[in-house]
Design a protein around this ligand. Structure first.
Ligand SMILES: Cc1ncc(COP(=O)(O)O)c(C=O)c1O
Length: 397
């Protein structure tokens, strides 16, 4: 059979990272690769009990189709959950999604046309780059510094687009403990970003999976809250604070946009499983999220300490790294001219794996960067892994 594929499918390229991650799954390799939560945190006992309860008491609802925007019980629980972190949203401003990747996919379908620009951070989340690329977006990158997106550079990019007669469909940011860099956007920058975006009537997409995982207790107000909801679409997920296996997330936006997103979602999956929604709604309503997030923070804080201390101890001085105060990732910059793809196989020989930085850059830059994850490996593995990584990188200096 000679298949003729759509332009959309032809825009999808095989992820270089996926190929490299295969190495990290080989026995004996310490992996700083993926973005996996520590499975020892999964509240299996609670979920088992709640699942039995949901099935016996509301099985008729749990196993049925549900509303596309989400089970009312779930939306209510989500509004309460957001409130605990300082964010207000009405039920009409929310739509449950099958995790944030679906949210990114729906927003791409809603806003992007081939050749139309979107603005994003340099580096940014690979799954977002893939979703935007699939729709043919013209991705324009804005570099990060220690305070998040460089606003002066953003202005330059906007001026360039003005000259080309183009307006970005949205500005995509991950303001808290960013994936991949670990950087958090300062409050000042959040305000500046909102001001610029509102003045130019450009929507901001705020992707916020890591905000709850703060090791210092300091949490910036969300961009959603800074903007009082005006022109901001926020993506939330339980993948990082709880577990990714249930694929549960939600999207917060103006009701007018939610209505359009719900229509799109109908064509994608009709609804997110009612079963998982009711289980998680019960989990939240029983007050178990607080404990789960507390446990995650207590688990990841010493891992981050171990990684930072080991980097300090072993890395040659030409190599620098970010110092995240939350989340799961740390960003390493090698000396210019050194390619993290070339050093990867040496690292594998030293039985340690990381993720190369280039695919996180929508403009193909970043070949001398790499991402380290510290949520999955144990403290002991982190110490040994960083020592081995330093030895491997030294061979290339
Ligand atoms: C910034 C960001 N957004 C979205 C996602 C997707 O998460 P999920 O689809 O599991 O909710 C991830 C996962 O790593 C992420 O880091």
């Amino acid at each position: 059979m000679n298949y003729t594929f759509s332009n959309t499918s032809n825009r999808i390229v095989r992820s270089e990272i996926r190929e490299l991650l295969k190495w990290s799954r080989k026995p004996g390799i310490i992996s700083f690769g993926g973005g996996l939560p520590d499975p020892s945190l999964f509240p299996i006992r609670d979920i088992t009990d709640i699942t039995a309860e949901v099935l016996s008491e509301r099985g008729f609802l749990a196993l049925q189709y549900g509303p596309t925007s989400g089970e009312p019980e779930m939306l209510d629980a989500l509004a309460g959950y957001m409130k605990e972190f300082g964010d207000e949203a009405s039920l009409e401003q929310m739509c449950v999604t099958s995790s944030s990747q679906q949210g990114l996919s729906l927003l791409s379908l809603l806003f992007i046309e081939p050749g139309e620009p979107v603005i994003m951070e340099l580096p940014s989340y690979l799954g977002a780059i893939q979703a935007f690329r699939r729709c043919g977006a013209d991705m324009r990158g804005v570099p990060l510094d220690d305070d998040g997106m460089d606003i002066e550079h953003l202005k330059k990019v906007l001026d360039e687009l003005d000259k080309e007669g183009k307006k970005p469909r949205f500005i995509y940011v991950i303001p808290d403990f960013q994936n991949p860099s670990g950087i958090t956007m300062s409050l000042e920058r959040r305000k500046e970003l909102v001001k610029i975006a509102q003045k130019r009537e450009i929507p901001i997409v705020e992707d916020s999976p890591y905000r709850e995982l703060s090791f210092t207790g300091d949490v910036q107000p969300s961009i959603w809250t800074v903007a009082a909801g005006k022109g901001v679409i926020m993506l939330k997920t339980f993948s990082k604070v709880l577990f990714p296996g249930m694929r549960m997330g939600w999207l917060v936006a103006d009701p007018f946009l939610i209505d359009k997103i719900v229509m799109l979602k109908q064509s994608v999956d009709l609804c997110t499983p009612s079963f998982t929604q009711l289980i998680l709604a019960s989990f939240i309503k029983q007050g178990k999220m607080k404990e789960t997030i507390h446990n995650a923070i207590e688990c990841y804080r010493p891992k981050r300490e171990a990684m930072l201390n080991s980097l300090e101890e072993h890395m040659p001085r030409q190599i620098s790294w970010s110092k995240p105060t939350g989340g799961m990732f740390l960003w390493v910059t090698l000396p210019e001219g050194m390619d993290s793809k070339e050093t990867f196989m040496t690292a594998i020989e030293h039985k340690v794996a990381y993720v190369v930085g280039k695919p996180f850059h929508c403009d193909n830059s970043g070949s001398s960067t790499l991402r380290l994850n510290y949520s999955f490996a144990s403290v002991e593995q982190i110490k040994e892994g960083v020592k081995q990584l330093a030895a491997a990188l030294k061979k290339h200096l």
